[in-house]
Design a protein around this ligand. Structure first.
Ligand SMILES: C[S@@+](CC[C@H](N)C(=O)[O-])C[C@H]1O[C@@H](n2cnc3c(N)ncnc32)[C@H](O)[C@@H]1O
Length: 151
């Protein structure tokens, strides 16, 4: 799996959070960073879109992280993830920068995923997604990390 995101993550709590789950994840989550765009907001999004799309391997199965995307619960997400992993296509998650993802990125994406209706800082979204991927794998492999909580 690949996580392709705008911006360079510095040392600090956001990096520690991402790495904590990267170290535990199977299959591995490879992190690819692209530079933040410059200029007016439209230009920033266009440049970042070019850079993000250039990182995609041929035939990638693309999941765009977007507030307006699908909102599965963790069990549904684990089922989706198993389907995606079984597709034999390179699975790539995309995270935008401060201006969000360009329409061309959304058009290329196979689906979009929301982590809730609120806007999260894009550097934190990496760690939040990595945790949900780890939780999803724990659910599908029967690992006790995930406690359903409700009967
Ligand atoms: C600071 S947000 C950009 C907000 C921007 N105003 C927009 O309309 O997308 C940066 C990136 O973080 C990700 N992101 C932030 N909140 C999210 C959420 N609730 N669900 C999924 N992705 C989110 C998205 O990839 C977004 O492009």
């Amino acid at each position: 799996m690949r996580l392709i995101a705008v911006g360079r993550l510095k040392d600090g709590p956001e990096r520690a959070l991402l790495e904590r789950y990267q170290q535990r994840l199977n299959p591995k989550l490879e992190m690819i960073e692209v530079a933040e765009g410059r200029g007016a907001p439209v230009e920033i999004k266009r440049r970042e879109a070019q850079a993000l799309l250039a990182c995609l391997p041929t035939n990638a199965l693309v999941v765009a992280l977007d507030e307006g995307g699908e909102r599965p619960d963790s069990v549904m997400f684990s089922q989706r993830l198993e389907t995606w992993l079984g597709s034999a296509r390179p699975l790539c998650f995309l995270i935008g920068g401060a201006e969000g993802l360009d329409a061309t990125v959304m058009a290329r994406s196979d689906t979009s995923l929301s982590l809730g209706p609120m806007t999260w800082p894009h550097m934190l979204v990496r760690g939040l997604l990595a945790e949900q991927l780890y939780r999803a794998r724990a659910i599908s492999t029967g690992h006790p990390y995930h406690r359903a909580g409700r009967p």
